[in-house]
Design a protein around this ligand. Structure first.
Ligand SMILES: Cc1cc2nc3c(=O)[nH]c(=O)nc-3n(C[C@H](O)[C@H](O)[C@H](O)COP(=O)(O)OP(=O)(O)OC[C@H]3O[C@@H](n4cnc5c(N)ncnc54)[C@H](O)[C@@H]3O)c2cc1C
Ligand code: FES
Length: 353
């Protein structure tokens, strides 16, 4: 079943007027493994209701002694306001295990392009820390397009500027500021599709051959409309979709939930990696995760809305429908499915975690 971790806040550091970095020490002193680009699923009960939120690591296991997360406060945001305003050094935080698949490529890429906005820089900052200490990646050019209001609200700007100076010709950054002019390496503009295409082609070469396009790996972590614009522009210019990876922070409010119908039921078996097996019933119109939680079965999850991937399970037997915002996919054995947006279709379904 799900493992819980307990952390003590070893340091709280203000990064911008609305964002803090919390350095976290495991209370049992045991090192917690994680990878650059992953996140920590924090868990806390607010007003008798358990809430979970994902916070990407801003640290990198190879360069930081302790893991850290960086949290930007959202106006009226329940969890982020608590973390930024009320949590102090010495306080305890609870989490599930690190999760997420926004990982560096297994194989050395030819070029790396990052597009970030606001707190979307956090997992990318962790990537950059890892990239700059990889001895066999020294010839990989890295390009960052980073959108913010102004320099004061730009996370990690001091360290990024330091890297620009430390890696001339290899690490190029353009900040896009909507409310500040005259900053080095910055354009006073919103990152539009025309601007994006200009910077992209300048990076890969205007007449980039298909092989140059294939060699580019792109990572996006920004508001959904900006990421959609980048994907569409890249697709139109012949870049491969499979080389574009994105981390989505914000659940899509358009996600439809079905109406549960207890008169029609399915059986679900879930096998955990360490050998445990649970079996439970789902109602028609109830997600597999909803059914498990209703019956007190602790399947892993964080966002409950199909964006964080902490609930991913492999379908071993039977059929499920995965209901994304823009499409519904029917999946069978071998497919990876998010239990938080998946509905059992066949009478019996078996999943493996
Ligand atoms: C994989 C992943 C990694 C993440 N990493 C980070 C991180 O490193 N740093 C960080 O600060 N946040 C990160 N987030 C976002 C974080 O998990 C919370 O969603 C965010 O802090 C808001 O939670 P809240 O409880 O404060 O707001 P809520 O009380 O849940 O929401 C308040 C209002 O804000 C809207 N909202 C919710 N989330 C967002 C958002 N991200 N942007 C804009 N509006 C939103 C809601 O629709 C609601 O109207 C990540 C999310 C995911 C899925
Ligand atoms: S819980 Fe986040 S994708 Fe399912």
């Amino acid at each position: 079943m799900e493992k819980r971790l307990l952390w003590r806040v070893a340091e709280k550091r203000w990064e911008t007027p609305e964002a803090v970095t919390l350095r976290l020490a495991p209370t049992d002193g045991q090192e917690v493994p994680y990878q650059p680009g992953q996140y920590l699923p924090l868990v806390r009960t607010f007003h008798l209701q358990e809430e979970r939120r994902a916070y990407s690591f801003s640290s990198c296991p190879h360069t930081d002694a302790l893991p850290s997360i960086t949290v930007k406060r959202l106006a009226n945001g329940l969890f982020s306001t608590w973390l930024v305003r009320q949590v102090h050094e010495g306080d305890l935080l609870e989490s599930a295990e690190p999760a997420g698949r926004f990982l560096l490529p297994d194989r050395k890429p030819e070029r790396l392009l990052y597009v970030a906005a606001g707190s979307g820089m956090t997992p990318i900052f962790s990537h950059l820390k890892a990239i700059f200490q990889k001895k066999d990646w020294l010839d990989v050019p890295v390009r960052l397009l980073y959108a913010n209001r102004d320099s004061q609200h730009t996370l990690f700007k001091k360290q990024i500027d330091h890297w620009i100076a430390a890696w001339p010709g290899r690490f190029q950054v353009t900040y896009f500021f909507s409310r500040e002019r005259g900053v080095a390496n910055a354009e006073y503009a919103h990152l539009s599709s025309a601007l994006f295409e200009r910077h992209l082609l300048a990076f890969v070469g205007d007449k980039a051959k298909a092989s140059a396009r294939r060699g580019l790996v792109t990572y996006l972590c920004a508001p959904t409309p900006l990421m959609r614009m980048v994907r569409m522009s890249m697709r139109a210019l012949g870049f491969l979709d499979e080389n574009i990876r994105q981390e989505t922070f914000t659940p899509d409010p358009r996600l439809q939930r079905r109406q549960a119908n207890p008169s029609r039921r399915h059986r679900v078996v879930v096998r955990f990696a360490h050998g445990q097996r649970v079996e439970f019933e789902t109602f028609e119109g109830e997600t597999i995760l909803q059914a498990a939680l209703r019956q007190g079965i602790a399947l892993p999850y964080t966002c409950k809305s199909g964006v964080c991937l902490s609930c991913l399970a492999r379908c071993v037997q039977g059929e499920v429908e995965v209901q994304f915002v823009e499409q519904t996919k029917r999946e069978g054995p071998g497919a990876w499915v998010n239990t938080c947006i998946s509905y059992a279709v066949s009478e019996a379904v078996e999943l493996a975690l």
